[in-house]
Structures are given as structure tokens and as C-alpha cells.
Design a binder for this molecule. Structure first.
Ligand SMILES: [Zn+2]
Length: 237
């Protein structure tokens, strides 16, 4: 094989790995942000439950306050019972006492309903708190894993970039320049194996061209996609 082609094949593999690693490094912070967003969603759900609990507690306190006021009224009426002069007044007072007694029992029913709701909300909040705890522990772990992965990839990238630079220095400058140009328009793949067809564009390679590729003495390009060709018989892959 032509020595430049040999090095370029190695370079191309390195560059493909470098691109993948760089893409992974870009991807990881986005994954971490997505994990954080999930936590934010759970936290805001917890906040709204907290607010609902607050409203219910305030409602109950208000009802309890009203009950107290009505109870005071009733005991005032009761004390007046002994002071009334007529049967009519007596009846009227009893009527008031009944009326306010009913109001109290209605409010007490409301308080019971209210307390049930509150209990349900407290249970849901507890579950949500546990969920949040679990989620945030998991997110912390996953972020740590991602962080470690980023560090590892950075080290790997440094090494591969140095390897790539060392290879580039060994390739004939004009050949390397052509490699860059083709790579730029062929998504980073400037070399293709050739058997009967070019593996880059799948177009049949003319026998005379294939002969040159097999000879390995010259640098040969695909007639169709212009990639550098190297001998890679179909059965070998
Ligand atoms: Zn081709």
C-alpha cells in the first residue's frame, strides 16, 4: 500500500473517533441539563402541593374562628332565655339557637371534609418528597458519571489529537491537503476501500483503476466520488 494512504487510513479512523468523542462531550451537558429539568418539575409540583396545603389550613382556621363566634352568640342567647318575658320571645330565641347550631354543624362537616383533603395531600406530599429525594440522588450519581466520562473523553481526545498531529506530519503535504479538501465535502470520509465497487459511493471501479489500487504504488481516486481508494477486496469485509 502507498505509505501516504496507509497513514491517511489511520488518520481517518482517528478523526472519526475524535469527532465521535467531541460530539459526546457536547451531548453530555445537555443530558445533565435534561436531568436537572426533571428535578425542577418535581420540585414545582411539591411547591404547588405545599401551597394547596396552606390554603386548606387557612380555610380550616377561618371556619374554626367562625364557629367560635357563633358559639359565643349561642351562649349569649342561652343566657337570655331566663330573662325573656313572653313566650314569643322565648320561642324566637330558641329558633335563633337552633339556626346557629345548624350553622355550626355545617361548618364542622366542612372542617371534616377539609381535614380529609389535608390528610390526602399530606400523604401525597410525603410520597413526592421521597420521590424527589430518590430522583435527586439518582441525578447526582448520573451527573457524577457524566462528569467522569467527560474527563475521560477529554484525556482520550488529547491523546488522539496528538496521534493525529504526529500522523499528519508524516504525510506528504500536498496529499494531506487533498485529503482535507475531500474530507470537507465527504463528511470526514476521504478514503474508501475498493473491491469491485468503491465503498464510499458504491459505484463500480473500472478494472484499470482497480489494478492501480491493487498495485499500491500510486495514489488513486474514485472516478465517481473522488475519494482516495485503497485495496479492500469484498470478501475481506
Ligand atoms: Zn467512490
Amino acid at each position: 500500500m502507498h505509505p501516504d494512504i496507509e497513514k491517511l487510513i489511520e488518520l481517518q479512523e482517528l478523526e472519526i473517533r475524535i469527532r465521535r468523542a467531541a460530539a459526546r462531550i457536547e451531548q453530555l451537558p445537555r443530558e445533565m441539563a435534561a436531568m436537572e429539568e426533571q428535578l425542577v418539575a418535581t420540585r414545582s409540583l411539591l411547591d404547588s402541593q405545599e401551597a394547596a396545603l396552606g390554603r386548606i389550613a387557612a380555610e380550616r382556621r377561618q371556619l374554626e374562628g367562625e364557629i367560635q363566634i357563633v358559639e359565643e352568640k349561642i351562649s349569649k342567647y342561652r343566657s337570655q332565655l331566663s330573662e325573656v318575658k313572653t313566650n314569643e320571645q322565648y320561642k324566637a330565641l330558641l329558633h335563633e339557637i337552633d339556626f346557629h347550631g345548624e350553622r355550626i354543624s355545617k361548618m364542622e362537616d366542612e372542617i371534616l371534609v377539609n381535614m380529609e383533603k389535608e390528610e390526602g395531600l399530606r400523604e401525597a406530599r410525603l410520597l413526592l418528597e421521597q420521590q424527589l429525594q430518590k430522583e435527586s440522588a439518582r441525578v447526582d450519581r448520573e451527573k457524577q458519571v457524566a462528569q467522569n466520562e467527560i474527563e475521560e473523553i477529554r484525556i482520550e481526545l488529547d491523546g488522539r489529537r496528538r496521534e493525529a498531529d504526529a500522523l499528519i506530519a508524516l504525510v506528504t503535504p500536498e496529499v494531506y491537503e487533498t485529503y482535507r479538501k475531500i474530507a470537507a465535502v465527504r463528511k470526514g470520509v476521504a478514503l474508501a476501500g475498493a473491491g469491485e465497487n468503491c465503498r464510499g459511493c458504491h459505484v463500480r471501479v473500472r478494472p484499470s483503476v482497480l489494478g492501480q489500487v491493487m498495485g499500491g504504488k500510486q495514489i488513486v481516486h474514485c472516478d465517481s466520488c473522488d475519494r482516495f481508494l485503497y485495496w479492500a477486496p469484498d470478501s475481506a469485509t
